[in-house]
Design a protein around this ligand. Structure first.
Ligand code: FES
Ligand SMILES: [Fe+2]
Length: 417
């Protein structure tokens, strides 16, 4: 059963998916205070390993410095050049690409070419801006805010899941980064509902699951979907593989959305993390990390099973993502011209909770009145937040609907990184 029993109000009007003002407000109120998943220790294993990304219109550099992970605004203190423009790499020297200023782990200058030319030295200005970093297991998170909730507070009851998912017995199978020609909320919203399955995944998954097969947990900070997995021969083979790799199958599919933009899904064979960040009012970038079960058992057979599992899961995940991304540009075009607010059904209640989070965070202090639940009749009230509904049995259809999101700006293929 779903938590809500009647239609829900589409809280965000189409302009909220297009406007410059909304983009700026979301950067400050949603993305600045949040913790952002930026990678794992596998991506930053050695001294000098680094990666870069943009968060809330800010270039960010994350770097392993003698075994500790540090994050900085990727802007040099000398004359404002990006310290590096490479998406990732390794360099034991923490040095700006323009004139070669070098920095310490605290962002202070370590070496300046022709240093006497800068006397007397302006220590106050000659340093990098640092950001907060926190680890959850081997998952690396960055916060742009100087103060705010801890990572444990941010992840809430999902903290343990994050702590154990991106580390042995799972290992990184592949990661992707894709630019989509749409507002960031569109890829997020498609991952929160199974309603699109018959149209977008007719071959891959078929029909959407029965209501009684769905369990939703709704909270103002996150939503969760759970269902038992299906029982076709392919799944049975997969679970045999899980056992042969030394794990005990739960036969459960789980999908979490931590507001605003952090998605996580899991089955016994894999863990998948997706982070979607706006790059403009009408474009976004989605980063995906897929980890598959490696198991703890040594030997040729476990190695072969984990390899086959990795290949199969990666192929299936990419196919689902490609199907989803096929619709994003058209949703964005429709948003631009829509003259109606939109409608949400009970199956889309996780979308409603997400929209409520965005609307509440962004409407404070704005002239537009806050929208609430319910469009006529027995409306879905806010009291349903924090509630949950449960049901039995499951289908692999859900594993699709709630897992897949994403699209590609050029409409092309998924890009490995
Ligand atoms: S801008 Fe970085 S060293 Fe000059
Ligand atoms: Fe989908």
């Amino acid at each position: 059963m779903f938590v809500h029993q009647s239609q829900l109000r589409h809280l965000l009007t189409p302009d909220k998916y297009c406007s410059d003002q909304q983009h700026r407000i979301e950067a400050e109120r949603l993305f600045l205070p949040a913790w952002h998943f930026v990678g794992t220790l596998a991506d930053l294993a050695r001294h000098g390993d680094f990666l870069t990304l943009d968060l809330a219109d800010r270039p960010v550099l994350v770097r392993n410095i003698h075994g500790q992970i540090h994050a900085f605004l990727n802007v040099c203190a000398h004359r404002h050049c990006l310290l590096t423009s490479k998406p990732q790499g390794s360099d034991p020297d923490f040095r700006c690409q323009y004139h070669g200023w070098e920095y310490t782990s605290e962002g202070r200058t370590a070496r300046i070419p022709d240093a006497p030319a800068f006397r007397p030295f302006d220590r106050e200005n000659a340093q990098l801006h640092k950001y907060r970093v926190a680890l959850c297991g081997e998952a690396v998170f960055v916060s742009l805010a100087e103060e705010g909730p801890s990572l444990a507070d941010y992840l809430g009851p999902n903290y343990e899941l994050w702590a154990t998912s991106f580390a042995p017995p799972f290992r990184q199978a592949v990661k992707w980064s894709n630019d989509f020609p749409c507002n960031w909320k569109i890829p997020v919203e498609i991952s929160l509902e199974s309603y699109h399955i018959p149209c977008i995944h007719p071959e891959t998954f078929g029909d959407f699951p029965d209501e009684e097969d769905c369990e939703h947990e709704l909270n103002e900070k996150y939503t969760t979907f759970r269902t038992p997995d299906g029982e076709d021969w392919l799944r049975s083979l997969g679970y045999l593989g899980v056992r042969l790799l030394g794990s005990t199958p739960t036969h459960q599919y789980v999908h979490h959305h931590t507001h605003p933009n952090l998605l996580f899904s899991s089955m016994d064979m894999y863990r998948l993390a997706l982070s979607t960040v706006p790059t403009s009012p009408t474009t976004c970038r989605q980063m995906c990390w897929l980890y598959t079960l490696r198991g703890a058992k040594p030997g040729i057979l476990p190695a072969l099973i984990s390899r086959l599992m990795r290949r199969f899961v990666a192929k299936e995940a990419k196919q689902i993502l490609l199907e989803d991304m096929s619709i994003f540009a058209d949703v964005q075009r429709g948003m631009k011209s829509s003259v109606r607010r939109g409608v949400l059904g009970t199956r889309e209640e996780r979308v409603y909770v997400f929209q409520k989070f965005v609307a509440d965070a962004c409407s404070h202090g704005e002239s537009e009145p806050r929208e609430d639940a319910g469009q006529g009749g027995s409306h879905a009230s806010d009291t349903a937040i924090n509630g949950r509904s449960a049901a039995g049995n499951g289908s692999s259809v859900d594993a699709c609907a709630e897992t897949c999101s994403d699209a590609c700006a050029n409409g092309g293929s998924l890009r490995n990184s």
